[in-house]
Design a protein. Structure first.
Length: 437
């Protein structure tokens, strides 16, 4: 006979949770990383049972969402932080590596298009030239050296450099319009640049994942993870069903592609590799222009150099964007602070991550990056007028009424132990893997 729901105790009487579900792979988070890993595995092992758990009501609602990242197809064509000054020269080694990895992504998407798994690449990727902006003699000298080294490499062939006002007006008319003739500026221009709506891409990858047999479960929050003696992983999943409100899943492999939430979950897993790790959350804001008369004057993505003490992700840039089919301009980012590890996370996230093993590395990393603290304080105290003034460095003719201030995504900067410096602050993505793979 069918089980009847219990009643008469105002919801406090719940049935026991269902039996543990067995899967081959559990993917935590519905962002671009989980979508990519899930689709790859589904193609390589079509007989496997692969399940993706997403706590919100759709894929790509956090960092992968078009409003929560810069949308730059990171190929190092314009990003200054990939080409730091080194002595009297510029180190371009990381830029080459980044571009090589970007080409692999494009090749994979092209393969998916050929295989019929991505219907229309133009729904998520658009050809948008990339430029690097230099202001003042020191930056111009750096940009010349950067261009001289990169343009010799096949991946950067065709990159142009100019200090000529007429030519720069052709590349970036909005930035040159109304600019003081005394300003010393220079630009590089790469026709091959792209703008990527990673939210749209993630949803397309998710559709392909499900088409091949993968399962996506929305409104499912993985709250605990531990390894069993058998070598498998036991996950606890919360869901607001009319039964036990929770279930357990046993999986051979687990991938946590959950942004900042991954740190808290990996800490619960007990893997030794996560010891010493802590995360410092930084939020951000962008100025957005939707005035078509302004938008059409800037068909490029332009990156400048970051202020002293600013993290690499705070490099100022003025971007032509297409999000959900809407053409617009974004400028920023402006840093902010929230203790959340996700945009929709908890105010207690930062405090929940504190452990005895990560306090000393975190303190050491903080002491070595006091300039970052000063930068964040200045950003938090910055007025609308100050933010508009920064915009005017890029758009001299900007009007305040054309630019809206919107909240961008939440980033978690990694602090981890280091054998020489005790603790370091690391920018970029960190892959943490258990010793058994």
């Amino acid at each position: 006979a069918a089980q009847k729901p219990s009643g008469g105790c105002f919801g406090f009487c719940r049935p026991p949770p269902p039996a543990v579900e067995e899967v081959d792979v559990a993917l935590v988070g519905g962002g671009v990383m989980s979508a990519t890993v899930g689709l790859l595995l589904q193609q390589l092992e079509p007989s496997w049972k692969i399940v993706m758990y997403e706590r919100l009501g759709a894929m790509a609602e956090e960092s992968s969402n078009g409003w929560n990242n810069a949308g730059t197809g990171h190929s190092a064509l314009c990003e200054p932080n990939y080409t730091p000054t080194k002595g009297d020269s510029v180190d371009v080694s990381k830029a080459i590596t980044v571009n090589e990895n970007w080409q692999l992504s494009r090749q994979y998407w092209a393969y998916l298009r050929t295989a019929g798994l991505l219907k229309d690449p133009q729904s998520f990727i658009d050809n948008t030239p990339h430029c690097t902006f230099a202001y003042g003699e020191d930056q111009i000298d750096w940009l010349k050296k950067r261009h001289g080294l990169l343009s010799k490499h096949p991946l950067f062939e065709g990159m142009k450099y100019s200090e000529d006002v007429a030519e720069m007006k052709k590349w970036c008319p909005l930035m040159m319009e109304g600019r003081d003739a005394k300003d010393k500026v220079a630009l590089t221009f790469s026709e091959e640049g792209t703008d990527v709506d990673f939210g749209a891409l993630t949803k397309d990858l998710g559709k392909a994942f499900m088409k091949l047999g993968g399962n996506l479960l929305l409104f499912h929050t993985v709250t605990a993870l531990r390894k069993e003696s058998s070598g498998k992983w036991l996950l606890t999943v919360q869901k607001n069903d009319l039964g036990a409100k929770t279930c357990q899943v046993r999986s051979k492999f687990v991938f946590c592609g959950a942004g900042g939430w991954a740190l808290l979950l990996l800490q619960k897993s007990g893997i030794p590799e996560i010891r010493g790790f802590m995360g410092f959350p930084i939020s951000g804001e962008f100025l957005v222009c939707q005035n078509p008369d302004v938008v059409h004057k800037h068909p490029t993505k332009v990156y400048g150099k970051a202020a002293i003490g600013a993290p690499p992700m705070s490099v100022p840039h003025l971007d032509k964007r297409i999000i959900g089919g809407k053409h617009m301009l974004l400028f920023g980012p402006f840093a902010g602070f929230s203790p959340r590890y996700l945009k929709t996370g908890s105010l207690l996230d930062l405090f929940k991550s504190i452990r005895p093993h990560n306090l000393i590395p975190a303190a050491a990393a903080g002491l070595q990056n006091l300039d970052l603290t000063v930068y964040l304080v200045k950003q938090l105290l910055a007025t609308d007028a100050a933010k508009f003034s920064e915009l005017k460095n890029f758009v001299p003719t900007a009007k305040p009424e054309d630019w809206l201030l919107v909240t961008a995504g939440q980033r978690v900067q990694i602090m981890k132990k280091d054998p020489e410096k005790i603790g370091i602050l690391q920018f970029g993505t960190e892959v943490v893997a258990a010793a058994d793979g």
